[in-house]
Write a protein that binds this ligand. Sequence first.
Ligand code: CUA
Length: 159
Amino acid sequence: MNVEFYERIWMWMAGVLIVLFLGIIVAGAALGAIQPPSHIETVDPTALDTHPEFSAPEVKTNADGSVTVSVVAAMFMFTPDPIEVPAGKPVTFRLTSGDVMHGFHVIGTNANAMAIPGYVSQFTVTFTRPGEYVIACNEYCGIMHHQMVGKLVVTQESR
Ligand code: CUA
């Protein structure tokens, strides 16, 4: 089969572009540590009031210095707020929702997950820069969605 020289060039360019675009997605996900949720744990969203962990969500320091933060997102706030965690230590967030789907994005970091009623979203991050961060809900959840913000305070590492 004879393929014209210029047609061959265009075919190769199309192939290169496909590889390039897929490569950008893979590289971006790998470098930004972006990953699909992998932690499947369910919770009864109608019984959070009596749940041992989520009835009083709080910041817990573990024996090894790492921190576990339980968070309930519900119209239109995060509990607890503010959340205070140390810099340089692994922080495991455990999120759930008391009503509809909410977002939980620590602005300026790659800490970003959905809070889904009935499920516990869990992820671990280590914050290197101390300071105050805004936590934004980035799933449209109702009339006051735009007001649903929380505060994360990352404190200086104790030496
Ligand atoms: Cu909660 Cu938008």
